[in-house]
Design a protein around this ligand. Structure first.
Ligand code: KG4
Ligand code: ZN
Length: 365
């Protein structure tokens, strides 16, 4: 295949409104011509979490601005596009509907083909966009709403090896920050605080680490943290700066141990049945954590596996990953009609059993 495909991607499944244009000529390295992201953190900050109705309204208001900016920045026009790709789920339903309606409007007005994309596939295919890694590979998707191990074999061919049975790690970081009076999003502030802390002082649980499967649990960590915090406050009348740093360091060490320990299990399972040289990648906001990245890299080195991590701005929610995942679907001949549905839940691996619960940012598919 040596022709050029230029795809507009739209993303609005959570609290980022985004549009991007990705182009690939033949099998050459894909190019991100533009990637525009309007974050909504300020709109939700007073509420301690994402408010679905506010998010949906903001997406509806911002999507066309994002599309205009993405077109302007790339220097192309709607006529130069080959398709419109859009996140059709999983996520907060109002936001997903805003994106799907916008994409349908563009497709109806221009005659461009419409391609619905699974948001999680967008994350999972990002290492192909950034590093062109070949199928198959092992993926750890770890964000504020998701946590799962996947074997990626094709744009719509994923096997789920395991995942969280309750909270996502990003959620646990955010709750920890809230319990300790640190700013949101919690991941970066807890990580910064942990740098001055002693990870040994408080021993947090490592739930499910002794089990042979690849499932994880993070909801008990916040309860443990709250108990330790309350105990210190009862004993000393408050938290010192050092107490807070030690709590953050202890909490982060527990998350690292669980993610790295389960990555070892996933890798061992994967290497039993796949090519001798395994490639592992990670995506999602929590992949920005330096301790987690370092731990995953070390675990991969133990197994002789290659480790790649996309740059941070492509780990967090963006539309370039949706445009690229759309491009891969487009190449398979996939097209959606005006009956494309917005789906709040949409597991990548339809055959694996559904996981429990639903996170702060929507369904944990
Ligand atoms: O992928 P993302 O931008 O949004 C979705 O969840 O879809 O991930 C955001 C999550 C937040 O929970 C945030 O606290 C976490 O990623 N995060 C981090 C770090 N940076 C962001 N968690 C741990 N360490 C970090 N450095
Ligand atoms: Zn995401």
């Amino acid at each position: 295949m040596d022709h050029t495909r230029t795809i507009l991607g739209l993303e609005s499944s959570c609290d980022d409104t985004a549009a991007a244009i990705v182009r690939q000529s033949g099998a050459a390295k894909p190019e991100i011509l533009s990637s525009v992201v309007f974050g909504q953190t300020d709109l939700h900050s007073a509420f301690g979490g994402v408010v679905p109705e506010i998010a949906a309204r903001a997406h509806a208001e911002k999507l066309d601005h994002c599309v205009r900016d993405a077109l302007n920045e790339s220097g192309i026009t709607l006529k130069d596009l080959d398709a419109v790709a859009v996140t059709a789920g999983p996520g907060l339903i109002g936001g997903v509907m805003s994106g799907v309606m916008c994409a349908k409007g563009i497709a109806a007005a221009t005659g461009l083909p419409l391609v619905g994309v699974n948001h999680l596939a967008g994350h999972a295919l990002t290492p192909r966009l950034t590093d062109q890694i070949p199928y198959p590979y092992l993926m750890l998707l770890v964000s504020g709403g998701h946590c799962q191990f996947l074997i990626a074999r094709g744009p719509e061919d994923f096997t789920r090896l395991g995942g969280t049975i309750d909270d996502a790690p990003g959620e646990a970081f955010d709750k920890t920050a809230r319990l300790l009076g640190l700013p949101q999003p919690g991941g970066p502030s807890v990580q910064a605080e942990a740098e001055a802390g002693d990870p040994q002082r408080f021993r947090f649980p490592r739930p499910m680490l002794d089990r042979k499967d690849c499932n994880m649990s993070f909801s008990g960590l916040k309860t443990a943290l709250m108990r330790m915090r309350d105990q210190i406050v009862a004993e000393k009348g408050g938290l010192t700066r050092q107490d807070r740093a030690d709590l953050c360091a202890g909490f982060q060490a527990a998350v690292v141990d669980v993610l790295v320990g389960k990555t070892r299990r996933a890798l061992a399972l994967y290497m039993d049945t796949n090519p001798p040289v395994a490639t592992v990648s990670v995506a999602g906001g929590v992949a920005a954590n330096t301790e987690i990245r370092a731990g995953l890299q070390a675990a991969c080195a133990e197994y002789g596996a290659q480790f790649t991590a996309p740059p941070l701005h492509l780990c967090t929610d963006n539309a370039a990953m949706i445009a690229y995942a759309g491009l891969e679907r487009f190449d398979t001949g996939a097209r959606d009609g005006m009956d494309l549905m917005a789906r709040p839940r949409w597991p990548l691996d339809q055959t694996s059993p559904a996981m429990l619960g639903s996170g702060r940012k929507g369904a944990k598919a």
